[in-house]
Design a protein around this ligand. Structure first.
Ligand code: ATP
Ligand code: MG
Length: 724
């Protein structure tokens, strides 16, 4: 092969890194400067010029998707398949190692991986067997504690408790947890990394084998490695002359501190590998100068950066569009209208990405996309109605609606736990099957005939009575109150509230968001025969079922900013950029958190190649409540030259406390043809009074307080309101 081909399309600095002599190298550079490209070319260079066999290459990426892409790119450069090369995530590679050396690692051949939900459940069972009250020892907190220690490389036996009672107890639980896992051949995510480290640390012959084998070790997104990952890399590569490591990273894109990542690892690398060569890349190839300068200005507000310059030869490009929605629905509609017009001008939908801070934000956006018939795909997270907690809550609503629903029954009969064992459940299942009745009916029969043991009978009776009572209590409530009541009275809400950690917080937020979804739900015209509850449940399952685009379909890409790391898109929308959302409320409480949020904003902005739109909502009904928000400080940190405010609205500013309050100006009402306080009639909702009017043109909507169903917001174009 002509090796100059491997250096084509690279600038001088990039070439320096790709063609560096065999030595350890740090490539430190800002977003879009070609770090990942350098890694790919370096791998090809090593094979082609340094005659390193693919078998001797180990490359670490942050996600499986990135690993697949990297392998594909190297294979294309080399024109051949490279199956013996190891490319993967830390977890994936650790798993592979442990499979090959399960004996040395002290694991049974068929060891199984515990995902984080399994781990949580195991901890719960363990606490019970130790007679520890979950109220005092919340399982999520225990999980956090165990994983956090493992991330630091700490086994239970090595933890100092300094005679502190709580610490001592936590340590005992950790020990019991380790024993249970060991006994059952189970290994959690954090354990994968710790075991892989121990495998090498305790088995010199195994370590030597890999030190000989992996002549080249390359790591992308190094700024987000945690301590045990770094220790693992260090074991492999330090103290030998046989192998070299190239790490690439950007301290400004360190966004996983909350999960144990340690950006200090960059300085540790320079300390531990004193001969390492540092290359800085300064040219950005991804974004227009408006986007790049704006992102640089934002990150410039962080103190203590390693300091990197970043410039582009790309043209100025369009200014960043800023749109202030008067609420979340308006924001979503605006975003979708932008994507639609971009699509009509010839862009593929897949070139458009919507990025947001929290998963819960996706729902309103999803609905707006569905409404316009635009396909979308969500990465790294389930769609709203498929999420575990939402399915739990919906299962209660389904039982209220129709108790013979076995799937719903199975899902929540013991969620939250009510002391119903597998044995009892399987008895109910068998009885139901034999008598050809639902589990709900089987339960009643078995209770009536005293077929269950005292404890099981009591638990089941409690559940049946609770559902009956709930059904009675919510009979006359509006849909959103039904949902709220079911979550609260079933104990579901409290269960998730008691959990600790980011994921649990997101679950509680999602449950609150479900109440909002119920409130905003408008039954379709053809659902007139159904109760609002049935119509809503149908909507939820249909939406979960088939709306998401299949893998090959052109679709808008949706994901959290965390998931978007390393990716790029021609057109990016950053949604929900408001104080209290982004930066999040919590970032005021924890030191260093605001800076991490700002880095996240930098990551988000720098995903955009040609066009960036930033939106926020002045009122957001999120987590079941109206919140009034101002534009994020990050928006204010962008110099005015790079940004252009989009104004579509002619609506009246509303007071903070009530999004449905009456208007303060009449001018725009005249446009609508309706007057404030005027009586109107709607085909389905009957008579009502006009309260407000917002938006203009295709965005125009009226708020009407209907005598029968209360306030509804209707699209003026479709509502067909008649004055009376
Ligand atoms: P991030 O920090 O977001 O991970 P990165 O530094 O890894 O970014 P890459 O993704 O490697 O950057 O590159 C950004 C874009 O610039 C890609 O589309 C890449 O193909 C392109 N690019 C990189 N270097 C060059 C170059 N020398 N000439 C032309 N295009 C380049
Ligand atoms: Mg990259």
């Amino acid at each position: 092969m002509d090796v100059t081909r491997l250096l084509e399309d690279l600038n001088d600095k990039q070439r320096e890194a790709v063609a560096a002599p065999a030595t350890d190298t740090l490539v430190l550079a800002g977003a879009g400067s070609g770090k990942t490209r350098v890694l790919v070319h370096r791998i090809a260079w090593l094979m082609e010029v340094e005659s390193v066999a693919p078998y001797s290459i180990l490359a670490v990426t942050f996600t499986n998707k990135a690993a697949r892409e990297m392998r594909g790119r190297v294979e294309r450069l080399m024109g051949q398949a490279l199956n013996t090369m190891w490319i993967g995530t830390f977890h994936g590679l650790a798993h592979r190692l442990l499979r090959s050396h399960h004996e040395e690692a002290g694991l049974p051949e068929n060891f199984q991986i515990l995902d984080s939900d399994d781990q949580y459940r195991l901890i719960k069972r363990l606490l019970k067997s130790m007679n520890l009250d979950e109220k005092h020892w919340p399982p999520k907190q225990i999980q956090w504690y165990i994983n956090g220690n493992k991330d630091e490389g700490l086994r239970a036996k090595n933890i100092e408790t300094h005679g502190d009672h709580t610490q001592q107890k936590m340590k005992e639980i950790y020990i019991a947890y380790e024993q249970t896992c060991q006994r059952s051949g189970l290994i959690d995510f954090a354990e994968l990394l710790l075991r892989a480290h121990e495998l090498w640390a305790n088995n010199p012959q195994v370590l030597q084998h890999y030190q000989k084998r992996f002549r080249a070790v390359l790591v992308d997104e190094f700024q987000d490695t945690n301590n045990i990952q770094y220790a693992w890399l260090k074991l492999l590569t330090s103290n030998t002359d046989n192998n070299n490591m190239m790490i690439v990273g950007d301290d400004d894109q360190s966004i996983y501190g909350w999960r144990g990542a340690n950006v200090q690892n960059i300085s540790h690398f320079l300390r531990d590998f004193p001969r390492a060569n540092t290359v800085k890349l300064e040219q950005n190839y991804r974004s227009t100068s408006n986007i790049l300068n704006a992102a640089n200005a934002v990150i410039g507000h962080n103190p203590g950066r390693l300091g990197k310059e970043l410039w582009t030869e790309g043209g100025e490009g369009e200014k960043i569009s800023l749109y202030a929605g008067f609420n979340d629905l308006d924001e979503a509609r605006f975003i979708v209208s932008q994507i639609k017009s971009q699509h009509e001008q010839g862009s593929a939908l897949a070139d458009c990405a919507i990025l947001y801070r929290n998963n819960a934000q996706s729902r309103v956006l999803e609905e707006a996309l569905l409404h316009e018939g635009l396909a979308y795909r969500i990465y790294g997270g389930l769609r709203f109605f498929e999420r575990q907690e939402i399915k739990d809550a919906l299962a209660y609503l389904r039982l209220i609606n129709q108790p013979i629903d076995d799937a719903a029954f199975e899902r929540v009969v013991n969620t939250p736990t009510r002391g119903l064992g597998d044995k009892t459940l399987s008895n109910i299942r068998v009885f139901a099957r034999e008598n050809d009745i639902s589990m709900w009916q089987a339960s009643s029969k078995m209770l009536a005939q005293n077929m269950l043991s005292g404890r099981a009978a009591n638990s089941l009776k409690g559940f049946v009575e609770m559902i009956l009572q709930m059904t009675q209590d919510v009979k006359d409530l509006p849909l959103e109150k039904k949902a709220d009541h079911a979550m609260k009275h079933s104990g579901l809400f409290a269960m998730y509230q008691a959990e600790k950690g980011e994921k649990a917080k997101a679950r509680v937020e999602n449950l609150e968001e479900l109440v909002t979804a119920c409130k905003q739900f408008e039954a379709p015209e053809d659902a007139e025969e159904m109760s609002p509850l049935s119509a809503f449940l149908a909507h939820a399952s249909l939406e979960a079922g088939d709306a998401q685009a299949d893998a090959n379909q052109d679709a808008v890409q949706m994901m959290t900013i965390h998931t978007a790391k390393g990716l790029e898109f021609p057109f990016v929308v950053l949604a929900g950029v408001e104080e209290g959302m982004f930066p999040s409320q919590m970032s005021n409480d924890e030191p260093g958190k605001l800076e991490e949020e700002r880095r996240l904003c930098y990551v988000g902005m720098t995903r955009a190649m040609q066009r960036l739109v930033i939106t926020y909502a002045e009122t957001r009904r999120l987590y079941g409540q109206d919140k009034y928000h101002t534009a994020s400080r990050f928006i204010r940190e962008i110099p005015g030259d790079y940004i252009e405010e989009v104004r579509l609205r002619t609506q009246i500013k509303q007071p903070i406390h009530n999004r449905f309050s009456s208007a303060t100006s009449h001018a725009t009402f005249e446009e609508s043809g309706f007057k404030l306080g005027e009586r109107v009639e709607h085909k389905k909702f009957g008579e009502g009074t006009v309260l407000n009017y917002e938006g203009s043109g295709e965005h125009a909507r009226v708020h009407v307080n209907f005598d029968s169903v209360g306030t509804k917001i209707l699209m003026l174009a479709y509502a067909k309101l008649v004055k009376i």
